[in-house]
Ligand binder design. Structure first.
Ligand code: PEP
Ligand code: MG
Length: 557
């Protein structure tokens, strides 16, 4: 049995035989065209138009986020700048196939070099190029295999066009060797609740037909599983199905201790679905997601409209909005214009906002306007805060703009270590375990090669959560969790045991977490948390917690 690691998307688990995505089309040769540039231009135009229309049709069939992604990809195909690049190569006597291949590849390199969200769009451009070249050669578009039975799909990365129309009766799980948690494969897998792990180095060596267990909750692909392992997978699937079917009640432990279950959102239009799944409010609204493709800072009016729409959907409930978290994996053109060697350690989050204070003031104004126009309980917090002085700065400027409840995200170890002083100033803290883990273990959260370090079960991370929880208790201030860790049901119990007062997660995780919380009392949670804290690495913390919670040992432990 071997275990490969990557970034798990969601909490699902599945097992089955592997079918691999076909290798990409070979690169066209750079030999002179025998047709005229005009003839080649007409062929390219027809091919690009056909591919763009095919992507749009796939989008209409799929609907939802997939439709947006595929429409964006169709626009990419017909981008005038790209057309000019192709035309220049055709004018130089290249074949239609080579001109498309070469022009798209140079665009791809530019996008990749930008890194972050835009860098992850590079794979989408590769897919468009492959489709256009296949069309020019009269070949079917490259795509998902059909071995005639349900399978675990292994691919380098999946094109949105393939992910959007996956036959979910056949595809048991997705494993990609590339791509990070913000790749389109990840976004669409999350939306459709497909069991998926991205960035699994080494998955390319798995053989067709080999049986594997894909455990998204742990981010592991296990080869040659035993019968006992498979029986455990079946049990977990049954438990998840039971949790999904259970009545929706407010989040609480078995002794009645309330643990409000909130959701992480990036757009107001996800609100209705979240409420239906039992969201008791919003624990993290990622405002920067609204403006990832904006060249200019959004105005007060545009922002007021978006925030009002969000707050209206959660009337009477708590909504925690985060000020723009620009930089690193989420660069915003209007806040991050300088090149940095290490953007995760650079002018990111509150640091970038403070350097462009007008933008922060406009956002706070828009939030206060939306608050005045609605009846939700608005809380506002700053991202990537690393000092008590920054906490004082943010709380003061937020209050100056009429924000009633102002807090900070705990994502940098320094802030957790000084939680007592931080929470003397801030109204609340919210722990972002994704970045807290990245900064504690010094491991880039988007880099597959260091994904094994990005594990919030690490006792060093748990100690920082405890330090923050203790700070909250001293001052009677709430400490929420809004990183992905809150979506891992047993880790959620541990986090509550360490002092978290609310948990915020992707809406699809609510049912599992709700069901697991109901099986432990606060005393249990504290005991399980102590067992995890006493471990010396993430794997033993997980095993110790499982043992303390009297759960069967995990497949990989
Ligand atoms: C986090 O860092 O855990 C967090 C919730 O913020 P984001 O994932 O948006 O950086
Ligand atoms: Mg963060």
């Amino acid at each position: 049995m071997t275990e490969l690691r990557g970034v798990g998307i969601g909490l699902g688990v599945a097992h089955g035989p592997i079918a691999r995505m076909a290798a990409p089309l070979p690169a066209p040769e750079d030999s002179p065209s025998t047709a005229t540039p005009e003839e080649e231009t007409a062929r390219v135009r027809d091919a690009i138009a056909a591919v763009a229309r095919d992507l749009e049709t796939r989008g209409e069939t799929a609907g939802g986020a997939a439709q947006e992604v595929l429409e964006a990809q169709a626009m990419m195909a017909e981008d005038p700048a790209l057309e000019e690049e192709v035309a220049a190569r055709l004018a130089a006597g290249k074949t239609a196939e080579f001109a498309v291949f070469d022009a798209f590849a140079s665009f791809r390199d530019t996008l990749s070099a930008m890194g972050g969200y835009l860098g992850e769009r590079a794979a989408d451009l590769d897919d468009v190029a492959q489709r256009v070249i296949a069309h020019l050669r009269g070949l079917p578009a490259p795509g998902v295999p059909d071995p005639g039975h349900p399978f675990v799909l292994v691919a380098k990365d999946l094109a949105p066009a393939d992910t959007a129309l996956l036959d979910l009766d056949k595809v048991l799980a997705l494993v990609t060797t590339e791509g990070g948690p913000t790749s389109h494969t990840a976004i669409l897998a999350r939306e459709k609740s497909i069991v998926a792990i991205v960035g699994v180095h080494g998955a390319g060596d798995l053989a067709d037909g080999e049986t594997v267990i894909v455990d998204a909750a742990q981010g592991t692909v296990v080869t040659s599983p035993s019968e006992t392992d498979i029986a455990q997978v079946e049990r977990r699937k049954a438990d998840r199905a039971a949790a999904a079917a259970a009545p929706i009640t407010p989040g609480a432990l078995s002794d009645g201790t309330p643990v409000p279950l909130l959701v992480n959102l990036g757009k107001p239009d996800g609100a209705a679905a979240a409420v239906e799944l039992g969201a008791e409010g919003v624990g993290l609204f990622r405002t920067e997601f609204l403006f990832l493709s904006s060249a200019q800072a959004p105005g007060v009016e545009e922002q007021t409209k978006a925030y009002t729409e969000l707050l209206q959907a959660f009337e009477g409930k708590k909504v925690v909005v985060r000020a723009l978290d620009a930089g690193a994996d989420k660069p915003l053109a209007f806040l991050n214009d300088a090149h940095e060697e290490n953007p995760a350690l650079g002018l990111r989050g509150l640091r970038a906002l403070r350097a462009s204070e007008d933008i922060l003031r406009e956002q706070l104004t828009a939030l206060a306007n939306a608050d005045a126009a609605t009846n939700a309980d608005l809380w506002v917090m700053a991202p990537m805060v690393s000092t008590v002085e920054e906490t004082e700065y943010f709380v003061a400027i937020a209050k100056e703009h009429g924000i009633k409840t102002a807090g900070v995200m705990v994502e940098v170890p320094s802030l957790a270590l000084l939680a007592d002083k931080v929470l003397a100033v801030a109204d609340f803290a919210s722990i972002g375990t994704n970045d807290l883990t990245q900064y504690t273990l010094a491991a880039d959260r988007l880099l597959g090669s260091v994904a094994s370090f990005q594990d919030p079960w690490h006792p060093a991370v748990l100690q920082l959560v405890k330090a923050t929880g203790d700070g909250g208790r001293v001052h009677g201030k709430p400490v929420g969790i809004c990183g992905e860790a809150a979506a891992d049901p047993l880790l959620a119990v541990v986090l509550v045991g360490l002092g978290a007062t609310t948990l915020s997660m992707a809406p699809t995780a609510l049912a599992d977490v709700r069901a697991t919380l109901l099986t432990h009392s606060l005393d249990d949670a504290r005991r399980i948390a102590s067992a995890a804290l006493a471990a010396s690495d993430a794997a033993s913390a997980r095993s110790a917690a499982h043992e303390a919670a009297s759960l069967p040992k995990e497949i990989h432990s």
